[in-house]
Write a protein that binds this ligand. Structure first.
Ligand SMILES: *Cc1c(COP(=O)(O)O)cnc(C)c1O
Length: 561
């Protein structure tokens, strides 16, 4: 079954979450969507790659919102047999002194250009396992830290063993974030000195060999965001799997830090935007951190009207998105008509999903992402009188969406607060679409007029939804963090909120000023000026911030040297 893929060496791409398709809830947000776009571009480019992730049978969660605006979480069960085929190989990993068995499902990602890319979904829900072990691969990012470490053992150690059992020759390993870093321990054991018992410490292990095999992409610009586990817990779960003295030398003396482990055992390390790479270099002195700015998949995130427009004017753009650099040649009428069709699609979806009637003639702001403190989803609402006043002069309407992690009380509070603001602002049409997912994202990034992004710098490593907007000619209005520090040219590709190095408290004022004095006046009184910015977003940003470029870079700079 796998022979179609395993006849040649493959890059093994490990990620805790991969957004394969909307019906498969094996993703929570940006990291998973990026992993999915990585697989989609690999498929279009026919790269020799295999994805490894958890089957997450109950998904992340399905979000409902109650009368009071509170998030309600439901399990999002899916049936792998409807989308994937079971693999015969089974592997076991040691855990708490017993064995946990893992089976694999093969999902073949079929790209729109005919490419096929294999992804192995790891599943512990098998009869050999104890009841609690069967649940390890149920809830993506669920449970407590014990559950998380078990999941990371399945992903890293189990994933590496599974590839071996399947007969995959691994060209290189790519660790997408630190969750899979335990795979480095499995490789150290595999390539240990044959007479290891005669040696001590690191000399037993062929660290250089493992480093040559591993590539690590970090996504977390703050120390507190890195997965860390106490060595008491590690010892309880891993037992004698790996000697503690060496482990501490590789993963940190105090706690097992998954990022440290990945950093110490990867020859190629990168951040996901230039600004994020600079932050990472300061956070991880002594490591050579390179920079590969993220991108999004061209076809997956371009609305049907723009697909048609690009197909007509830039044949081959799906393979070579750089061709969109000529977007300035498109006629104003063609761009506006494609946008109007996308906006109509959005208004229809908003009506269906929230009951809110939006007005096609009114400037529409979109904000959808993980609801958590640093994303500051309430920045737009920090002065309701000001917002009302702006909307009186230059009408605006708003579409919001996003989930909060079930244990992020702050994030859940933000969802409630946004719903309160909706009630407090009857004069402005505002819709909050529940259960943000890839389908909503695709319609939203194409159908709004402005994509709003207000993270607290330097917390946004990259952000990718704004890149999706660019493919649909939707300008960004964003804080200069993550990718936007690279993608932004004032008044050409969109607009900045705040200034680099200025106090973040000034961001709300800057946001209101830009809306009131620049963005909305341009929208209503200079349509051809507005369309020029739309074209700027396509020509300068879609042509560059795409996952084909990203994968071509990973291939030539990390995988093949
Ligand atoms: C693109 C996407 C994200 C990531 O958006 P950011 O701007 O990086 O926060 C999250 N969730 C879904 C469903 C997406 O499609």
């Amino acid at each position: 079954m796998l022979e179609e893929f395993t006849y040649r060496p493959l890059v093994a791409y490990f990620s805790m979450e991969i957004a394969l398709q909307n019906e498969i809830p094996t993703y929570a947000g940006g990291l998973g969507v990026l992993a999915g776009d990585t697989m989609r571009s690999s498929s279009d480019l026919a790269l020799p790659i295999i994805g490894v992730t958890l089957v997450s049978l109950a998904g992340y969660f399905r979000q409902a919102i109650d009368e009071a605006g509170r998030q309600v979480e439901h399990p999002d069960w899916w049936r792998p047999e409807d989308h994937a085929v079971p693999l015969e190989a089974r592997v076991a990993i040691p855990m708490e002194g017993r064995e946990v068995w893992i089976r694999g499902w093969l999902y073949v990602l079929e790209g729109h250009m005919g490419g096929r890319t294999p992804i192995v979904l790891l599943d512990t829900d098998v009869g050999e396992n104890r009841e609690d072990d069967r649940q390890i691969t149920h809830y993506l990012y669920g449970g407590d830290e014990v559950y998380r470490l078990k999941q990371e053992m399945v992903l890293g150690i189990g994933g590496a063993r599974m590839l071996q059992a399947l007969g995959v020759t691994v060209l290189q390993y790519h660790l997408n974030e630190g969750h899979s870093a335990l795979l480095t321990l499995e490789l150290l054991r595999r390539y240990a000195h044959p007479r290891a018992h005669l040696r001590t410490g690191e000399a037993r292990y062929d660290v250089p060999r493992v480093r040559e095999l591993c590539n690590f992409t970090t996504h977390t610009p703050v120390e507190a965001g890195h997965d860390q586990f106490s060595y008491d817990l590690v010892q309880r779960l891993l037992g004698t799997y790996f000697d503690l003295v060496t482990l501490k030398s590789l993963a940190g003396q105090e706690r097992l830090n998954m990022t440290r482990l990945a950093l110490n055992l990867s020859l190629y390390i990168n951040g996901v935007a230039k600004r994020h790479t600079e932050t990472s270099r300061v956070m991880f002195p002594g490591y050579e951190v390179r920079s590969v700015t993220n991108g999004v998949h061209p076809f997956a995130w371009t609305g049907p009207s723009f697909v048609q427009l690009y197909d007509t004017h830039f044949p081959g753009w799906c393979h070579e998105p750089d061709l969109l650099v000529r977007a300035d040649r498109l006629s104003d009428a063609a761009v506006w008509s494609a946008h109007s069709a996308e906006k109509e699609g959005l208004l229809k979806m908003v009506k269906e999903r929230s009951g809110v009637d939006l007005d096609p003639a009114v400037a529409t702001l979109g904000f959808a992402r993980r609801m958590t403190g640093y994303k500051r989803p309430d920045l737009l609402f920090s002065d309701l009188e000001r917002l009302k006043h702006i909307a009186q002069q230059t009408p605006l309407q708003i579409v919001l969406a996003g989930k909060a992690h079930p244990r992020d009380e702050g994030g859940k509070g933000l969802i409630e607060r946004l719903h309160r603001h909706v009630r407090e602002l009857p004069s402005i049409r505002i819709a909050y679409l529940p259960n943000y997912d890839m389908t909503i994202a695709r319609v939203l990034v194409a159908g709004v007029d402005v994509w709003l992004n207000t993270p607290l710098p330097p917390m946004e490593a990259s952000g990718t939804s704004g890149m999706k907007a660019s493919f649909n000619g939707v300008p960004n209005l964003s804080v200069l963090d993550g990718w936007w520090a690279e993608g932004y040219i004032e008044g050409v590709t969109g607009w900045a909120i705040g200034e680099l190095g200025k106090a973040p408290e000034a961001d709300a004022e800057s946001l209101y000023q830009k809306l009131e004095q620049v963005v909305l006046p341009l929208y209503y009184s200079n349509r051809s000026g507005w369309i020029a910015v739309m074209k700027g977003a396509i020509s300068r940003n879609a042509s560059f911030f795409n996952s084909h470029r990203m994968m071509r870079r990973y291939t030539t700079e990390a995988y093949v040297q």
